[in-house]
Design a protein around this ligand. Structure first.
Ligand code: A2P
Length: 339
């Protein structure tokens, strides 16, 4: 069996580190792993399959003889180095927003549009969608295929880990400071995140939405390959460490009952239905953390319109929302294209 040289760009970060763990867990046929990060990480080491690897500083020459590059070091790093890697013949799977809306780059969620990967030959870059979008489309695709979806209204409750290591530290430090009657330092977010909810993720755009909200709108249409779906989003950062939660309301083209949605989703790839109100069972971020599935519950008919469904969708934003999705893409790439 062929094995692959894999580089992880941003290997010291939350997502990069999880990528390394998932490569290990899923027994990805890695020949050689290269851990890349910034100058700040010079001298650090990381572990893969029990062996120690030095972190290398990312540069123009980092991609010689690399087959697959998993990028998660921020948009500007991807903009600069993904094309460098692609020129060396390395297929890039990019977790940033840099190439997501590029018509020559596929935007892929394996449970939804694995066929789109074929487009990767254009630029050698495959984009991994935004974390909130991934978990939403995993849960909505089976419903879309069964009865069509006219409109999606989503509100998110997003964990701080989506912002990276510094944000996780900030929530912990602020919480600890407040419990000790000390001042909470605000550095990463525009306001205090501890004991608060921030209705701003990323920057504001001219239309009054945030960039995160418009990512959900535009990426959903691209992944579902249907520009006619109406999507509107409100994205909110909450003081949760791991796991994004979403309240999702959809208007379907044909009527579907809550029971039928539950049945459909219980057979859907990557989905686990947790929906038992009688025993207070519904998806929780604390249960989703560390898991691969997208959890769906609180499935009920929207009684305010003839063809509406409400649901609550939760997933680990670092795993399915980022690292796992990227490695699932790599698995398809290796199975169907790189052999
Ligand atoms: P470093 O640890 O050297 O700063 P997180 O999202 O958890 O904050 O992680 C971000 C990741 O992206 C880290 O691995 C970080 O490396 C990496 N990174 C950030 N900026 C650069 C850069 N200019 N070049 C290479 N890696 C970078």
């Amino acid at each position: 069996m062929r094995t692959y040289n894999v580089a992880v760009v941003g290997a010291t970060g939350l997502v990069g580190n999880e990528m390394i763990r998932i490569l290990e867990e899923r027994n990805f046929p890695v020949n050689q792993i290269t851990c890349l990060a910034s100058e700040r990480s010079r001298g650090k080491t990381l572990y893969f399959r029990g062996a120690e690897y030095p972190v290398e500083v990312l540069g123009e020459k980092s991609f010689k003889r690399i087959d697959i590059g998993l990028f998660s070091a921020g948009g500007s790093v991807s903009e600069k180095y993904a094309p460098v890697a692609a020129r060396e013949g390395c297929v890039v799977i990019d977790n940033t927003s840099a190439f997501r809306m590029d018509p020559d780059c596929p935007l892929v969620v394996p449970e939804v549009n694995p066929e789109a990967i074929a487009l990767y030959t254009k630029k050698g870059i495959i984009a991994n969608p935004n974390c909130s979008t991934i978990q939403m489309v995993v849960a909505l695709k089976p419903i879309y295929d069964a009865v069509g979806i006219r409109r999606i209204v989503v509100s998110t409750y997003q964990a701080v880990s989506g912002t990276g290591t510094k944000a996780v530290e900030e929530l912990i430090q602020q919480t600890t400071a407040l419990f000790n009657m000390k001042e909470a330092k605000v550095q990463v977010y525009p306001h205090r995140i501890a004991f608060n909810c921030l209705p701003q993720i990323d920057v504001f755009l001219e239309n009054g939405y945030t960039k995160e909200e418009m990512k959900m709108v535009n990426e959903t249409k691209k992944i579902m390959n249907d520009p006619s779906i109406a999507v509107t989003a409100t994205t909110v950062r909450v003081p949760v460490l791991y796991g994004h939660s979403e309240s999702v309301n959809i208007e379907t083209k044909k009527k579907i009952s809550a029971r039928e949605v539950r049945e459909l989703l219980s057979r859907a790839p990557g989905v686990k239905v947790v929906d038992n109100p009688a025993s207070k069972e519904y998806p929780l971020a604390i249960d989703a953390a560390g898991r691969d599935e997208t959890f769906v519950g609180r499935i009920r008919e929207d009684e305010s319109i003839p063809q509406g469904i409400n649901m609550w969708i939760v997933s680990d934003n670092i795993r399915k929302g980022a690292a796992l999705n990227a490695i699932q893409i790599a698995e398809i790439l290796m199975r169907d294209y790189l052999r």
